[in-house]
Design a protein around this ligand. Sequence first.
Ligand code: KIV
Length: 271
Amino acid sequence: MSAQNSIKRITAPEISARKGNDPIVCLTAYDAPTAAILDDFCDLILVGDSVGMVVHGLTTTVGVTLEMMILHGQAVMRGSKKALVVVDLPFGYYEDSPERAFHSAARVMRETGCQAIKIESGSYAAETIAYLVERGIPVMSHVGLRPQSMNVLGGFRARGRNPKVADEIVENAIAAAEAGSFAVVVEGVSAEIADKVTSAVSIPTIGIGASAGCDGQILVTPDMLGMFSRVPKFVKKYADMQELVRESVESYAKDVKSRKFPGKENTYKFS
Ligand code: KIV
């Protein structure tokens, strides 16, 4: 047995079986060192296409490419050992046909070694989800606020104020579950809608800005670590990394300006 085979990761069916049980802990990661820390605490690590915004400085996720997702997926796989790693399929690589979705997803799985993919799931998605699952690709769906559709939705706003839209969100989640998704992310909806989805589907719901009634929660890691001054209002900041990084870099700059580099104790000695 190779070293890789001896490492036991959480599987998609194991996450699926946690419906209604112990809450599922999920966060996003984009690099190996962060993934290594998250791996000690998270059941599921998502390599989200939020990488475009929180790492690459894009204003939306629309410009993210499959190659970017593969690069970050590889890093997260190297950094983690235990968590289920799910990689987002980015905008434009899966929506128009199940075949295209399969080729994109298979490439991501083959080149990163991740165990599942996530797609944002409008009403068109059920056929694609069934097609992928039948061909060996575990799928996590994503309903409610779907950031890849922000140009149609008019921005990153909570969804479902209109009762028709609220019903559509519940219907999309049911269709995604019936098509074979192992879990569904429910983003930016009221607690009432999130609770409706959670009781309507037999798979775990992973809330983001949704409800404590979901089966688990996911946050964008740089948001909860306080890397940005502005974050969505539902995000609890667990640290102020922006301040910590600023203070550290300021101290470093002062050291360099006063020629305190490297400290005597850190220099090489060749005796
Ligand atoms: O891309 C991402 O980080 C996501 C989460 C917000 C669920 O899809």
